[in-house]
Ligand binder design. Structure first.
Ligand SMILES: Cc1cc2nc3c(=O)[nH]c(=O)nc-3n(C[C@H](O)[C@H](O)[C@H](O)COP(=O)(O)OP(=O)(O)OC[C@H]3O[C@@H](n4cnc5c(N)ncnc54)[C@H](O)[C@@H]3O)c2cc1C
Ligand code: SF4
Ligand code: SF4
Length: 411
């Protein structure tokens, strides 16, 4: 019997943990689980009926992602090629100083979500916050007001699966906001094609730049270097309270310790990111209405946080312009060249074709990424670097045992 493509994604280390398996497989008892050394993974997929697996795999970002630029010619400008299609680009921050300070970069995501709820009457926001019983992990959160949004502002560099909660949006009595990683919103973009009620109720889809999700063992390791064992940890924050903010652990006894952003993100990114992230062509969220990231090229300018903001759709552009008019965000115009100056992350798109070639040689499933112009981007690194990158991925793949199947139920 041949393996279903969804089982192949899971066995082949290509799951990003988005949560679509739990959303469409809920009636079959599928749930998401944090596997500390790997990431968020679905439990119970193997036993699902084939037709449910077919629907899941059609949306699964481990099987493929289709850029809105699919079918269009590659841009001739190399920065536009790396940044992807945008209706408008700005730099700026949340006008409310509390939002700006508490958030990750400029607080744009939180400010836009607040605008959608307070001014546009959107019913709820599905996003992500700390799991209080295991503060080194995340849970999917629903916020209905500014207080909820503010309490959960800030990036959390640990696995998350917000797509699992789309039923709340589908069953709401009006439009709602979804916030997620680029792979989450890629799943949402496909799921809304299958589910008319979901499509109708997705009032705004917001995302952020993403260099990869570190497994929760990364957070525990950092906490341990600060002297906190699992049972002592009361809360973990990765960013916020200034820009870029510090990695802060608070103990049950009220004691606190912290690391700088560079120390903490450096350690998490080096050792703990899942394989799917190494081949991700979409770190900048092409499938969102609006996406935002750190304006690192202006890091010395302000300790309060500055974001780059991209409207990927006409709706996204209207949302951002409306939020600016209503006094929720403060913006200046920007462009693809400044996004590239802000973000080392854009370089990954040039490396993805070499890495995917290596995955194929290792016998792993190769996700189908349409419209990202990956071979055109690969030309920017030239053949020597291409072969070196491919060789590096092959070596790492063999050393880390990626040819052995990842258990879909976790170890
Ligand atoms: C795993 C990860 C990798 C990142 N990599 C980069 C990068 O390479 N370059 C870069 O510029 N920025 C990166 N970021 C940070 C992100 O780009 C900033 O959050 C972004 O600048 C938005 O800032 P903001 O102040 O507008 O967001 P905020 O106003 O702070 O809002 C952040 C929103 O994201 C939600 N959220 C937080 N953590 C997660 C999560 N793990 N999964 C889903 N939703 C979450 C929160 O609930 C909140 O609604 C990363 C964030 C994460 C979680
Ligand atoms: S990426 Fe999402 S849809 Fe694909 S296997 Fe993982 S949880 Fe399921
Ligand atoms: S790098 Fe890509 S695959 Fe990995 S978590 Fe971020 S958006 Fe998802």
């Amino acid at each position: 019997m041949s393996t279903h493509p969804l089982d192949a994604v899971l066995a082949g280390h290509m799951c990003s943990g988005c949560g679509a398996c739990a959303y469409l497989g809920a009636d079959g008892g599928v749930t998401m689980r944090d596997v500390p050394t790997i990431g968020a993974r679905p439990v119970g997929v193997a036993a699902l009926p084939i037709e449910v697996k077919d629907r899941i795999v059609a949306a699964c970002p481990g099987a493929g992602v289709r850029s809105p630029a699919s079918g269009r010619p590659a841009p001739t400008d190399r920065d536009e090629l790396l940044v992807g299609p945008a209706d408008a680009i700005w730099e700026g921050w949340a006008a409310d100083p509390e939002v700006r300070r508490r958030a990750s970069s400029g607080g744009i995501v939180t400010a836009l979500a607040a605008y959608c709820v307070e001014r546009l009457g959107m019913r709820l926001v599905v996003h992500v916050g700390m799991e209080p019983t295991q503060p080194w992990t995340n849970r999917t959160i629903t916020s209905h007001d500014r207080a909820g949004l503010l309490a959960n502002a800030g990036s959390r560099y640990a696995p998350s699966s917000p797509v699992e909660a789309l039923r709340l949006i589908e069953e709401a009595d009006g439009p709602c906001v979804f916030v997620g990683k680029p792979c989450d919103v890629a799943a949402v973009a496909e799921l809304r094609k299958q589910r008319p009620a979901l499509d109708r109720n997705l009032g705004a889809v917001l995302s952020f730049f993403c260099a990869g999700t570190p497994a929760s063992a990364g957070t525990l390791g950092l906490a341990s270097t600060l002297g906190f064992d699992e049972d002592r940890i009361a809360s973990v924050r990765y960013r916020g309270d200034g820009w870029p903010g510090r990695f802060r652990v608070r103990g049950r006894d009220g004691q606190e310790a912290s690391l700088s952003y560079d120390e903490s993100w450096g350690a998490l990114a080096r050792r703990h990111r899942q394989l799917r992230c190494q081949v991700c062509p979409d770190g900048l969220g092409e499938l969102a209405d609006v996406t935002g990231g750190d304006a690192w090229h202006r890091r010395e300018e302000s300790p309060e946080g500055i974001s780059v903001v991209l409207a990927r759709t006409p709706l996204g552009r209207r949302l951002v312009e409306g939020a600016a008019e209503a006094g929720y965000v403060e913006l200046t115009e920007s462009d693809a060249h400044r996004v590239v100056a802000a973000q080392g992350l854009v370089r990954r798109r040039k490396l993805v074709a070499a890495r995917l070639t290596a995955l194929g040689l290792l016998g792993l499933p190769v996700p189908r990424f349409r419209g990202f112009h990956l071979w055109r981007a690969a030309r920017l690194i030239g053949p020597v670097k291409f072969v070196r990158e491919m060789g590096g991925t092959l070596r790492r793949g063999l050393a880390r045992g990626y040819r052995r199947p990842e258990s879909s139920e976790g170890p």
